[in-house]
Structures are given as C-alpha cells and as structure tokens.
Design a protein around this ligand. Structure first.
Ligand code: IPE
Ligand code: IPE
Ligand code: MG
Length: 245
C-alpha cells in the first residue's frame, strides 16, 4: 500500500514546519557520538524536502539551530555548524534543480562567517526559483524575533515614521523574519517531546501540532505522509465553532 493512500491532496497544509529533534538520542541508542546523529539527520532532511516538494507543499520551515543551542558543548556546536555548511554545499545544486527557493530565518550576525556566506550564496542563487520555499531556521529563537520586531517598530516611532496607534498585527508580522510567508498550518516535532522550544511563537498561534516518537534521523517519506494524514483529521476552529454546530 502506498503511504499516500488516504491522503487528501486537495486539503494539504500550505506551510509545514518541523522541529527536527532526537539526533542525540538516535546516536546514543547506537553507542555513537551525538554528532553522528546530526550527520544521519541530513539524510532525513533530504528525504523530507523531497517528499514535501513532491506533494506540492508550498512552504516548509525546519528548525536547524536555536538561539539556545549555543549552550551545548563547543565541539557539538562546531560540528553542527560544519554539517550545515556541508549540507548546503552538497544539496544546493539538487535543490536548485528542484526549483526550490531557499530562505534563512534567525540572527545570522552571530553565525560563523563561512556559514553565513554559504547561506547567503544559497539564498541568492535560488531567489527566483518558482518551486517550494524551503526556509532554514538557523540561530533562530521566537522570543528573540519578537523582541527584534518590537525594537524595529520602536525605532520607526522614534524617527517619526509611525504612530504607536498605527501598530497593528500586520505591521508587527511584517517585522518578523517570516514577513511575506503564511503562518505554518502544521508543526511536526520528532522524538516525542511535547513542547515548542521557542520555535515560531507568533506564527504558530493556530498551527496544528503533530508529535511523533520517530527520532529525526529515522524520519522519511512515510512519516511525512502519516503526519499530514493526522493533520487532515483535525478540525481547525481558529476560536470559532465548527460548521454545522
Ligand atoms: C536535534 O537533535 C538537533 C538540534 C537541536 C540541533 P538533538 O541534538 O536535540 O537530539 P536529542 O534531543 O538530544 O536527542
Ligand atoms: C529544538 O530542539 C531545537 C532544534 C531542533 C534546532 P532542542 O533539543 O534544542 O529542544 P529542547 O532543549 O529539548 O527543548
Ligand atoms: Mg533535542
């Protein structure tokens, strides 16, 4: 049976966001260093991008490194940074051929220079691609993003460009890293953890959450389809009441 069976291709989420968690536990279970789990996670990411793109999903965002992940041992942080660079180096041509448009959200100023450069190149190279928008959250934190938006609006008020009463949700959203992107409809988290860990705090206000016990390095197309099927069984109400109630 194909894992797409039972999927309603007309009721797909527009934007799928993923908290790629469980790399460390995957490695520990095998008696390997944690960094081997991060490396294995690259295969999961490749497969997931392909699966979502093949289904016609328009936007995907992945949580690759949080503003809190700097707390990890220096060696692990260094390895994560080099894997991110390696991922872009290895995948860029294939993503470009797939017509994927890459974006990066998060505070890039703190990233190692070579990683920032690789990311900037990938964004520039793919900027006119008409396919799926593939957004990588790198040194991203939802609270940091909100504070940054507040600061930028305050500066515009101070400069006399904006009145405080003119600040509405739209003005605020336009100052977030995700400006111009629709909110995620579905947030998937692997490895069983039931929390959002500072991911898309504003944007995820009405996202459906799907948590799977699958550890990120084991995540493949069938898990993508299963998560989307679960999403399709949810009744989204956005604070209202269901039709027919
Ligand atoms: C996710 O896996 C990768 C990042 C957070 C960068 P973890 O490294 O958090 O894996 P666990 O949660 O320790 O298993
Ligand atoms: C969230 O995972 C961050 C990423 C997946 C990049 P963490 O492993 O850092 O989250 P916590 O510490 O379990 O909340
Ligand atoms: Mg984790």
């Amino acid at each position: 049976m194909s894992s797409t069976e039972g999927l309603d291709l007309s009721g797909l989420p527009q934007h799928v966001a993923i908290i790629m968690d469980g790399n460390g536990r995957w490695a520990q279970k095998r008696g390997l260093p944690r960094t081997m789990g991060h490396r294995a996670g690259m295969d999961a990411l490749r497969a997931t991008v392909k699966a979502l793109d093949a289904m016609g999903i328009k936007y995907m965002t992945v949580y690759a490194f949080s503003t809190e992940n700097w707390k990890r041992p220096e060696e692990e942080v260094g390895m994560l940074m080099s894997l991110i660079r390696e991922y872009i180096y290895k995948e860029l041509m294939a993503l470009h051929r797939q017509k994927v448009r890459i974006s990066v959200i998060g505070d890039s100023a703190q990233l190692p220079e070579d990683v920032r450069k690789k990311m900037d190149d990938a964004v520039a190279k793919t900027k006119d691609n008409p396919g799926m928008r593939f957004c990588i959250a790198l040194n991203y934190g939802g609270r940091e993003e909100i504070v940054r938006a507040a600061r930028s609006l305050a500066e515009r008020v101070q400069a006399g460009e904006l009145l405080p009463r003119e600040i509405e949700r739209e003005e605020f959203a336009a100052c977030l890293y995700t400006a111009g992107m629709p909110d995620p409809d579905l947030i998937i988290r692997t490895s069983g953890e039931m929390r959002v860990s500072n991911f898309l705090l504003w944007q995820g206000a009405y996202a459906e959450l799907v948590v799977t016990d699958c550890l990120w390095p084991d995540f493949r197309e069938e898990h993508v389809h299963k998560a989307i099927k679960e999403f399709q069984m949810r009744q989204r109400r956005f604070g209202g009441i269901s039709e027919g109630s």
